[in-house]
Write a protein of this length. Sequence first.
Length: 407
Amino acid sequence: MDDIPDGASEAVSPRVAAALDAVRARRTRRGRHLGPVLWGILVAVAVQSFAHHPGPGTHGVELAVTLTLTGCLLPLAAVAAGLWPVVSRMACTVFCLLVSGFGLALGALQSGSVSVLPLSVAVLTAFLVLSRRQAAALVSVVLSGLLVAAAAGADGSVGTLLSQLLFCAVLALMALSVRQAGDNEERAELLLAQLEDAREAEAEAAALAERTRIAQDLHDVLAQTLSGLAIQIQAARRMVRREPKGEELQEVLDRAGKLAKEGLGDAARAVGALRGHQSPTLERLPELVERYRVDLELDVTLSVTGAPRSVPTAMDLALYRGAQEALTNAARYARDAHVTVTLCYEQERTVLAVEDQRDVPGPTPSPLVMGSGLGLTGMSERFREVGGRASAGPTPHGWRVTMEIPA
């Protein structure tokens, strides 16, 4: 796990980035767990130094012992107190060299007191933080210093030297074992995050394949049918132009042609949505209103109140499709009425209303009676799915459809 870069979370999924952050946090905690051990070693080194001659003092060799002991204990105290994190390669290398170097110097000043404790700290820290190759190189330098000190007579006991080397070897094996267990746990956590990402990607791919199949079916059935209808209407137009008395029929055919063109556009947009293309949003509401005003000759105006804001995609699409259905009903049942589309951004909700008003009050035919009613039923179901609601009903001068989503 030494190949995890610091900026890896910028190029991976949020789940893997969270796993990488957890790995780094665990490594930081691993370094903090050395605190109690380092405090114990610090006390032991200090006691051993004061117990040997010459001890710490303020003059001559005693002053040198004091400075050397301070140089050995300060890094230990800084790391034990959490003031100096040794999780990076540079920090760990500097710490190990300082502790082992001052430890060997202290042993040289206090004959017979070469302690394995500062060296053991360097060995343990190196194998816990660094990669195996880096730790082995650093420990080789540290142990070379120990051998040089022993050859120089700092400690003439061969048995002591062998025991120190054996103790360092045991610590190295223990650190390797702990590090391997931690790396395995981190690797398993990352692999689990990647597996979950792969499962989500597979599910999305399957859903996209199914939507593509449905889109193809829709294109084959609906779009081609509407294309055939448009061709037939165009042919009928040419036939009617030969008859000078067919003005009313010409007008009806012109409107039917526009409806067929509108249906082709809607089919194309539906196919695009199923294929994963961007769905229409409220930003295109003015365009939708203008199409009904020009293509279907509907007297319709748009009014927007409040500060526009972004809403979730599903809710945005529901409002757009609801406006489309309501305008279609108005064009079908209230062509002579004035239609008002009102989009209101309130503090806790967004409301879209489509209302038609006749100049002369009269009975308003209900779409539930005149048509199948499936459009309004589907609209209500769509809004329930996104946590909103839709209602429709007569007014004193016409018909009103109200759609609402939470802010």
